[in-house]
Design a protein around this ligand. Sequence first.
Ligand code: UD1
Length: 372
Amino acid sequence: MNAARELCIVAGARPNFMKIAPVIRALRTRDAEGLGWRLVHTGQHYDHGMSGVFFDELGIPPPDVSFSAGGGTHAEQTGRVMVLMEQVLLERRPAAVLVVGDVNSTLAAAITAKKLGIPVAHVEAGLRSRDWAMPEEVNRVATDAISDHLFATEPSGAANLLAEGKAPDSVHFVGHVMIDNLLFQLEQLERLDASGWASTRYKQEQSRYGVVTLHRPSNVDDPATLAALFGALREVAEDLPLVFPVHPRTRRGLEALGLPPSPSITLTDPMAYMDFLNLWKDARLVLTDSGGLQEETTALGVPCLTLRENTERPVTVNEGSNTLVGTHPGTIVREARRALSGHGKRGQRPDLWDGQAAERIVSILARRLVSI
Ligand code: UD1
């Protein structure tokens, strides 16, 4: 394949994998249009449970290039990805680099490409929390500032980009590749034998339950904040048993606190995509600080409480099943009880979250890159 017509797709951390899977599927079905691709895995996430298992389950082919750029400080991680990406891009000179989401690998790959004069395509562009304490907000704003093709998941994303002065013909509201993946995997799930899965066993034991995920540094790095949040979860668990798959960052925080276990809160290792989907899709309530889960619950109409003060994904609150409850324990418990008493939001699926976003993206990129 002529590298001048090649897209270099970059993924590094868990929330990236479900976003590249549908893009790769769409590229594969469009081989004839002359847009090739290569996949680079930066290794920002490296545990099998945070990375390898997603490649297997989501049908992502083995990466063409893999780094081990995980761990360390933000600067160390970002710097390692930049140095290694530079070598790959100098060797191949692709037509564009495609980055997804807002993790450190996203920004690192985007800057490296841009400085080599290689166009950058950003999938999930334009989201803004206006919270500069979030590393992801820095990554989002900086990546968008230098991207040439910006693919927004919701109208607010496109509006933010235009307000920031991006050229209208570089901004495309296409829907959400992560929802493409969700709908695809949901169909696969129906055909699988899930009888031996941890999620299935749990569902057999508990007819009603809630699901928790927490990993934002602002929630889990400070012991007092994490202890207060865990206290709120204990209270919620008096009314609704909870399952909590624990991210490595959060595991460290919980171990340091040495809190006594709660019989109604089941802590597990991070779960594979399908096992986790099988769990949360039937939950009475999801409590989370994840960006992706706010959107996935909205797509399936599962009530979600977001334990953050802000969200960069307002469509999940304005149209979807998400409620922003903040991190005050009393409010979390009150809102959980409200949701459980039948007032949980169901919402509706936002515009263009229809499983076709990757198709739209690839069609736009094929038009723009192959004709160069
Ligand atoms: C990263 C992303 C965040 C995303 C999250 C999903 C940034 C700034 N943050 O946060 O946006 O929501 O991924 O998980 O890019 N670790 C392991 N094994 C792994 C991966 C991480 O043990 O496979 C541990 C390491 O000690 C690492 C720490 O977790 O230092 C944090 O990982 P890191 O990738 O720096 O950030 P996340 O908190 O995972």
